[in-house]
Design a protein around this ligand. Structure first.
Ligand code: A2R
Length: 315
């Protein structure tokens, strides 16, 4: 097997498999029993990363040359409600993977561990953009587990000479994302209004926070490039390198709409936004891989909006 994607049943998984499908590779993908993969050509296996023997058996049989580790409890909100589950899946899960690799003789795959821009947390003096050397101050249990995953990857790469590359992904958006994320939420609300399913009043939370948004298709391309060209033991920010206010993102979507929409602040959507600006310094990614984004934010938002319009019979 050329590449194995662990945790392929989530938002990013199908996009990564589609990107890998651009080359004639033998690809495996793991999902949880209740999940399915939206698109892509691959062999599918069910796997719970909490079961160490399951991952060891899979790797022993198929010996994938590349392993993309996406499996995670990836919701910040859930991480507050269930920190233990988050620690189990995100920290013990990565240990199970790395120990399983180590237990197999003469097996030296490349491994990509996917972390998050959330690891940086609240920065002193609002350091911006953040480079990979910026000290981490994770501000929630999810971010803490991803920072820990990064440290584990670092230690295993150095101590055992493993081919582990770590990424810190900033906000990535696209079709198929859960509407618990802001861009997906706005796109869905606007399409529902255009279809007449709800009054033309968009519910918004904090619009002043600035975030670094990328198209998920650009993000998975960065992952495959890092798998090929990233330095083992190194961490790479993956983002656009430009922070955009949520207000700007909303304005872009409203401009694309065929109807006139009023904005309404909804206290229930106000998250205590501890981090006013998140912007990635992506020099290391650019330097080592030559990666550049292909999709503009506007293009991505239009794709998301049009996806819902098609579903509602508007296009
Ligand atoms: O939480 P679920 O039921 O949506 O399943 C997620 C799955 N997962 C697991 N897979 C194997 N063993 C487990 N014990 C386990 N627990 C959860 O990993 C989901 O299908 C997948 C992760 O996908 P998403 O939650 O949709 O994350 P996304 O957006 O695809 O991000 C991929 C990676 C994650 O590591 C994020 O934390 C990072 O990028 O930003």
């Amino acid at each position: 097997m050329d590449a194995l994607v662990i945790g392929a049943g989530g938002f990013v998984g199908s996009y990564l498999i589609q990107e890998l499908n651009r080359k004639p590779l033998h690809i495996g993908a793991t999902i949880l029993p209740r999940e399915h993969i939206r698109s892509g050509n691959c062999d599918i296996f069910t796997l719970d990363i909490m079961q160490e023997s399951e991952i060891r058996n899979l790797l022993q049989i198929h010996r994938p040359k590349q392993i993309y580790h996406l499996a995670a409890q990836s919701s910040v909100a859930t991480s507050w409600k269930n920190p233990e589950l988050t620690i189990d899946v995100n920290i013990k899960g990565v240990l199970h993977l790395l120990e399983a690799v180590r237990s197999i003789e003469e097996y030296y795959p490349r491994i990509l561990l996917v972390g998050s821009g959330e690891e940086y947390g609240i920065l002193k003096n609002n350091t911006c953009p953040v480079s990979e050397e910026t000290p981490l101050h994770p501000g929630n249990p999810y971010a803490m587990t991803k920072a820990c995953q990064n440290m584990i990857g670092n230690i295993y790469a150095r101590a055992y000479g493993m081919g582990i590359v770590m990424v810190r992904a900033f906000n990535h958006i696209g079709v198929g994302q859960s509407p618990t994320f802001v861009a997906a939420d706005f796109a869905l609300q606007i399409a529902e209004m255009e279809a007449g399913f709800r009054p033309p009043v968009i519910q918004v939370g904090n619009l002043s926070a600035k975030r670094d948004f990328s198209d998920v298709r650009d993000v998975v391309r960065a992952y495959t490039l890092l798998m090929e060209k990233g330095c083992a033991g190194e961490t790479y920010n993956v983002g656009s390198g430009h922070a955009v206010a949520i207000q700007e993102l909303l304005d872009m979507l409203l401009e694309m709409s065929s109807i006139s929409i009023v904005t309404e602040k909804n206290p229930a959507r106000m998250r205590p936004s501890d981090v006013p600006v998140m912007e990635a310094d992506i020099s290391r990614l650019r330097q080592d891989t030559g990666w550049q984004p292909e999709f503009s934010l506007e293009e991505t938002l239009r794709t998301m909006l049009n996806h819902h319009r098609k579903n509602f019979g508007l296009l």
